[in-house]
Write a protein that binds this ligand. Sequence first.
Ligand SMILES: [Zn+2]
Length: 104
Amino acid sequence: MIDVSTRAARSLFYTSQAWRILREQALERDHYECVWCREEGKVTTENLEVDHIKELEFYPEFALDLDNLRTLCKECHNKRHGRFQFRKSKKMIEKNFRTDEFWG
Ligand SMILES: [Zn+2]
């Protein structure tokens, strides 16, 4: 199994060739569009990132499962990981930062 137990290990994961290939497949499948924006009738094709639906840190077995990936724009991705939800407690924010994706 892929080691994603630490931030350093996850950083390494995101540089792996296996991830790069799969990430490209996810983008292609989603037509290089943010899937959340699309649900709202918007087309966003810039600043795209690939999100793990079941978070990498907690579900390493789905790390390289295409069905576990979705294309989000940076803005939706930030929303998803709660980076701009300042009302959350500091602990929550730290937790979100820990599960954050490497290139985000
Ligand atoms: Zn979006």
